[in-house]
Write a protein that binds this ligand. Structure first.
Ligand code: MG
Length: 252
C-alpha cells in the first residue's frame, strides 16, 4: 500500500493511493485510523511529507564507500544523529540554500517510518515496529559538517529533510536500488544490500538507545557520490519499490 499525506480543499488528510485516486483515512493510519469512503483524484491534491514525526533519527556512515569519500572511519557501532523536524519538507517543496554554506550536497536515503512504540526490541521483533518506508534526502552543508564539531547545524537547516512522496507499507528492503539525480544526471547509485547495518538491526539498535514512537523516522544513511546542489537545480531521489522524491533548489 502507498500511504500519502495531502492537502485537499484546505484540509490535510491521510490517504491510500488506488488507481490514480486517493482514498482518505478517517485520521492517521499510523495511529490506527481506518479508511473512509471519500476519495479524490491524485491530481487534485498536493502531496505533503507523508509523515509528521516527533523526531528524525539518522544513521551516519552506513555505506563504506561514502565514509571513505569523506574520509571518516566506519564506526564500530551505528552512528546516530538527529535532524530537527523543522527541516522537513514534502515532495516538490524547495530546498533552500542557506547563506552560511558554500557547499550543500544531497544524500538519498531509505527512510524507515516507525509504526509501533519501540523500546529495546530485538532484531526479530523490529519488523513488527515498522509501519513502512519512504525516501529521505539528508541534505547536508558539507563545509559546515567539517568545520563544526557536531552536525546539528550542517544537517539541520530549514528544508534540509525532504521526505516522500509516500509511505510504501510492503517492501522487501534487501535488494532496493537507490539513485539520486541532479537535473536528470545520475549522481549517486547504490543498493540497500551495501548497507553495513540493515534496517532491522538499525531499528533494534536505535531502540536499545532511545525510545521510538509511532511516526518517528529513521534515515538509514547515504551511499557514495558527493553531489553539490545549486540554485535552480532539480533534485530527484529514487528508490525502487517506492518511487521518486523531487525537489527544486532555491536560494534563501
Ligand atoms: Mg546521511
Amino acid at each position: 500500500m502507498q500511504i500519502v499525506r495531502a492537502s485537499h480543499n484546505g484540509d490535510i488528510r491521510h490517504g491510500m493511493m488506488s488507481e490514480g485516486q486517493v482514498v482518505f483515512y478517517l485520521g492517521d493510519p499510523i495511529l490506527g485510523a481506518e479508511l473512509g469512503e471519500e476519495s479524490a483524484p491524485l491530481s487534485s491534491v498536493k502531496l505533503l511529507a507523508p509523515v509528521t514525526p516527533g523526531k528524525v533519527v539518522c544513521i551516519g556512515m552506513n555505506y563504506r564507500a561514502h565514509a571513505a569519500e569523506i574520509s571518516i572511519d566506519v564506526p564500530d557501532e551505528p552512528l546516530i544523529f538527529f535532524k530537527p523536524i523543522s527541516a522537513i519538507i514534502g515532495p516538490e517543496d524547495a530546498i533552500v540554500l542557506p547563506r552560511q554554506s558554500d557547499q550543500v550536497e544531497l544524500e538519498v536515503e531509505l527512510a524507515i517510518v516507525i509504526g509501533k512504540h519501540a523500546k529495546e526490541v530485538s532484531y526479530d521483533e523490529a519488523k513488527n515496529h515498522i509501519f513502512g518506508f519512504t525516501i529521505g534526502n539528508d541534505v547536508t552543508a558539507r563545509d559546515l559538517q567539517f568545520s563544526d564539531t557536531q552536525w546539528a547545524r550542517s544537517k539541520g537547516f530549514d528544508t534540509f529533510c525532504p521526505l516522500g512522496p509516500w509511505i510504501e507499507t510492503e517492501l522487501d528492503t534487501n535488494s532496493l536500488k537507490l539513485e539520486s539525480r541532479i537535473n536528470g544526471h545520475s549522481r549517486q547509485r547504490s543498493k540497500s544490500s551495501d548497507m553495513i547495518t540493515d534496517v532491522y538491526e538499525i531499528v533494534s539498535y536505535v531502540s536499545r538507545n532511545l525510545t521510538l514512537f509511532p511516526g518517528d523516522v529513521i534515515l538509514t544513511g547515504s551511499p557514495a557520490g558527493l553531489a553539490r546542489i545549486e540554485t535552480g537545480d532539480q533534485v530527484e531521489c529514487e528508490i525502487t519499490g517506492i518511487g521518486v522524491l523531487h525537489n527544486p533548489v532555491s536560494w534563501r
